[in-house]
Design a binder for this molecule. Sequence first.
Ligand SMILES: [Zn+2]
Ligand SMILES: [Zn+2]
Length: 139
Amino acid sequence: MEDSKKKPIMIGVIVICLVLAGVITFATRSRDSGGLESLERGVMYWVKCNNPDCEHTWEMDRKDYFQYLKDHQDPMSMAAPGIACDECGEESGFRAEKCEQCELIFTRGTVPHDFADRCPDCSHSKTERLRKEARTRQD
Ligand SMILES: [Zn+2]
Ligand SMILES: [Zn+2]
């Protein structure tokens, strides 16, 4: 008797979960595409080819960059896809930063377990500088 009473409840719970999952997926998906379309042009991102024989760097509009990621994202992989490099033709371009101190252009996340924009040459990080400034303003 107990089991036959539990079953409809279990099915009900599963159905609610499925509906919720569908709603969440739909909401996230529509927010994503809306976000990309509403993104304004004019913000440039640095991209660096990580082919050691090439190391070409170029600038890309943030909107084109996200559009490229969206079009080329492998659904089985969490890693960002490489961007086709104009110089060597490999899909090995990854988002980079230009150090505001020594002007080196380097791939984001070069220094592990640190800010993505930590310069591997002079150790400057824009994120760190902004955080420090925000902290001093609060004091
Ligand atoms: Zn290249
Ligand atoms: Zn630097």
